[in-house]
Design a protein around this ligand. Sequence first.
Ligand code: SAM
Length: 245
Amino acid sequence: MFQGPFRDSILKRAQARGLVRIAVHNLRDFASGRHRITDERPYGGGAGMVLKAEPVYQALRALGARPTVRAVGRARLQAVRPSPWCVYLSPQGRILTQATAERLTTQRWLILLCGHYEGLDERMLAFVDEELSIGDYVLTGGELPAMVLADAVARLLPGVVKEPASVAQDSFRGGLRLDYPQYTRPENWRGVKVPNVLLSGHHAQIARWRQATALLATRDKRPDLLERQPMTPQERRLLQGVSLR
Ligand code: SAM
């Protein structure tokens, strides 16, 4: 499943240039027995299968994971750190945001643990530093969420995206605001013209227009973001004073 996204485009180039290293591990390689079974029926009955504790534990141990603060207390933990930051992709986790992705760039190594079937044996959460969800819906496995997270974090690492300015202006960078509208050639597409200000060459006016249209996009498409981070007096003044043509 991981071959496509990790062997293509920006992530492929980032790995080739040594800016990021991504390794994929198969849980079955850490299972014992002739059949290398990784799942079992849940205790207490009920539908579906659960990923067994031991193969997950062996995989996490091989990757250097340690029990978390939650599991062993801060004093003991200090003795066993540092270890990679272990994220379990789970619909029960906090929702992944741009701020979370930025925070995760400060970790040297991440372990992205993917569940399957009904999920993991609960005892494995002792090794999980953080549960993250990519949205309030349920997928069949943690692979797609892990790829989403890896992509969101990798593109923030220095040098991965060629022009740092393009990452800096993205939606959600520096607050809960969306990106401004973009246009490219031709100037007149079937009678629909590019806003005059973008053709003016007047950098200060273009910057003001972009800030204002970003605010309007946020207000129209994601009003919930403005409830969480209301407009500043400066942003209000900007919206009143700018011509959007
Ligand atoms: N029974 C679990 C529950 O309701 O919490 C759902 C298990 S789900 C079918 C199987 C695996 O997919 C999970 O263990 C998790 O790794 C992954 N997964 C599913 N939806 C996800 C989401 N929205 N975000 C992150 N991971 C998700």
